[in-house]
Unconditional design. Structure first.
Length: 333
């Protein structure tokens, strides 16, 4: 009997599927392997007798790390050790916005901060932008109930720099998880990745967390410079008021953003400029290399599936042969 479930872990060639609270170890049907479908943690599948028969359509998809069908991204930052990196925080927020996935903000290690300046700055910048904000201390067990509330009833992806305490927060919610943690290096003020693979962890029956190895090498080197402004609500609101339609809000005359810089936090604007420069690198790269890929003559891609492709010349030849056969039969009659 065919069952429907969600892949919660992938290890080697085995796919672990959760269906109605039960876990099943499955493998892919050969036909799916030949179609070279992209199958990731979070995918909903149909399976029977330990074999995955069909991969259902994705609601959303994050390529790095490979996760599908999430409800929200929870950006975890640390107030101290390592110091709060506003540019990296904005990077994660914009990343979530690009993939049209709601984001919520968690600031961990609040017990290490003796100065409220950082906390005040966080509320000043991100509360007007509409983000839910929670401060926690996994070590002191502060804010853990509030953290649970923002996760309730959803499948959440945790993202953030190494060492900010993502695994510690999950352990604080449920100590039975016992996820590996490591302290931050005093020399580099950076943490070490302790999660090695993506896995959906059940908090309750309807609340799940995707524990990931991190959002590695995240850069906005895959979109055009003019698109970056769409990722910043406070910059996008001035779009259409600039003198030039292609204004990048850098040094242009008659730029509405530059005229209203006092309304935009400086760390957000500096992040915007940094991301624009990354996008310019992409634009420059495709300017000389082009985006055209080598044509695959033997296969075509349709609906995330790869199937045999027949060249137009062969198709025409096949049509002519069919027509000749029809005319021959008519003459014989």
């Amino acid at each position: 009997m065919t069952k429907k479930g969600q892949i919660y872990k992938i290890h080697s060639d085995f796919y672990y599927v959760n269906a109605n609270g039960n876990s099943y170890e499955c493998k892919l049907r050969e036909v799916l392997k030949k179609q070279k479908q992209k199958i990731v943690v979070g995918d909903y599948v149909e399976f029977e007798n330990g074999a995955i028969e069909k991969v259902l359509d994705k609601k959303n998809y994050i390529p790095r790390p490979n996760v599908a069908n999430t409800d929200q991204i929870v950006v975890v930052s640390s107030v101290k050790e390592p110091e709060l990196d506003f540019k990296q925080l904005n990077r994660y927020i914009c990343f979530a916005k690009y993939y049209n996935i709601p984001a919520k903000l968690c600031f961990n290690k609040s017990d290490l901060s003796s100065d409220d300046t950082t906390i005040e700055k966080v509320f000043q910048i991100y509360e007007p932008l509409g983000y839910d904000i929670v401060f926690t201390s996994a070590k002191e067990n502060d804010g853990i109930e509030e953290f649970k509330e923002i996760l309730e009833g959803k499948i959440s992806v945790l993202c953030g720099n190494s060492g900010v305490g993502k695994s510690s927060l999950i352990n604080a919610i449920n100590p039975d998880f016992k996820l590996r943690t490591k302290s931050v290096s005093e020399k580099t003020e950076r943490g070490t990745h302790t999660t090695r693979h993506c896995e959906i962890v059940n908090i309750t029956d309807n609340t799940k967390i995707v524990d990931t190895p991190g959002f590695s090498n995240l850069k906005f080197d895959f979109l055009m410079p003019a698109e970056v402004g769409n990722l910043f609500g406070e910059i996008q609101q001035y779009k259409g008021y600039c003198k030039f339609a292609d204004c990048l809000h850098e040094t242009e005359t008659g730029c509405a953003v530059l005229e209203n810089l006092d309304e935009i936090d400086i760390s957000r604007y500096e992040s915007y400029l940094a991301f624009v420069n990354e996008a310019k690198e992409y634009k420059e790269r495709i300017k000389y290399t082009g985006t055209k890929r080598e044509r695959e003559t033997n296969f075509k891609n349709k609906h995330d599936k790869i199937a045999a492709k027949i060249s137009s010349k062969k198709r025409e030849s096949a049509r002519n042969t069919a027509k000749q056969k029809i005319h021959k039969e008519i003459r014989e009659e």
